[in-house]
Design a protein. Structure first.
Length: 291
């Protein structure tokens, strides 16, 4: 049950079609796996029209000099929060409608077949959830949830959008460009009068339920993922250069356990020197070829 919708290749780096030999190698790898541990990154969602940070020529870092918000800055600065939420408010209607592509649906099907033991995604876009994956950990959280830093109360991001609209009935801004995590680029002038709601329960600061740059993943979640990895017999990395240590540590643990590791990513990764298999193809083009 793979979507027939054409992939959006705007933010996908150029690459050659899958080599038949590579397809055979990945088929062999997957066929030999009984409890496959899969880790996905931004490169699995680029075919759904969501840009990533690091891809050559098309990632955020290649296209602009802009950088994502830092955790410490968001927590301490009201103007940083105003800027973040204004950009997020404008980008949300489009970002929230992105749909899973063939790669997400294939991994969902592998789970249903009992092939995929556990999926860990570094993405915050909810596309694996939309695809129907259940044996899954969102390592860096999800933009579709918001919580209060003071009392911990959670609300849906879609609900917060209504609060933004009520507080800013006359506020309008034209997006300059789209960023990876659901926001858009706006000027300081554009965000100056944007009003940000506080927590309805305690008046605290609202933050998306995601791990911002400079923050850390909870030890409880890290332990849980290590347990799922310990139960697995192989690891597949799909769409990630693994530059961020929070995900890379699990590849190091897999190497320590001498698990076979396959990497499917356009461009180099931190795992290339010790992976059993490295494939340089689009996730949504190669994964559906594996039975």
């Amino acid at each position: 049950s793979v979507s027939r919708a054409s992939p959006n290749l705007t933010f996908v780096p150029a690459c050659l079609p899958p080599d038949p030999v590579e397809v055979e190698e990945l088929q062999h790898f997957v066929s030999n796996s009984k409890r496959l541990f899969v880790m996905t990154g931004a490169g699995i969602s680029t075919e759904s029209g969501i840009p990533d940070y690091r891809s050559e020529g098309v990632g955020l870092y290649a296209r602009t000099d802009r950088r994502p918000v830092q955790h410490a800055e968001f927590v301490r600065s009201a103007s940083a929060r105003q800027r973040y939420w204004a950009r997020n408010f404008v980008g949300w209607p489009q970002f929230s409608t992105h749909q899973p592509n063939k790669a997400h649906l294939v991994l969902r099907d592998w789970e249903k077949l009992g092939k995929l033991h556990w999926l860990v995604t570094q993405n915050v876009d909810a596309l694996h959830t939309k695809a129907g994956s259940q044996r899954m950990t969102e390592l860096h959280g999800c933009t579709h949830r918001v919580f209060c830093l003071a009392c911990g109360d959670q609300i849906l991001r879609s609900e917060l959008q209504e609060h933004f609209e009520a507080l800013n009935p006359a506020w309008k801004a034209e997006a300059l460009d789209v960023a990876p995590d659901g926001d858009v680029f706006l000027t300081d002038e554009q965000v100056r009068n944007f009003q940000v709601p506080a927590c309805r329960k305690c008046g605290g600061i609202l933050k998306p339920d995601v791990t911002f740059f400079g923050d850390t993943v909870s030890q409880e979640k890290v332990r849980f993922v290590h347990q799922r990895l310990a139960e697995s017999d192989s690891m597949l990395v799909a769409g990630s250069s693994m530059q961020v240590y929070s995900g890379y540590r699990f590849a190091l643990a897999a190497r320590e356990k001498k698990l076979p590791i396959a990497v499917l990513n356009i461009g180099p990764t931190r795992l290339d020197h010790f992976a059993s298999l490295k494939l340089n193809s689009r996730c949504g083009e190669l994964l559906p070829l594996i039975v």
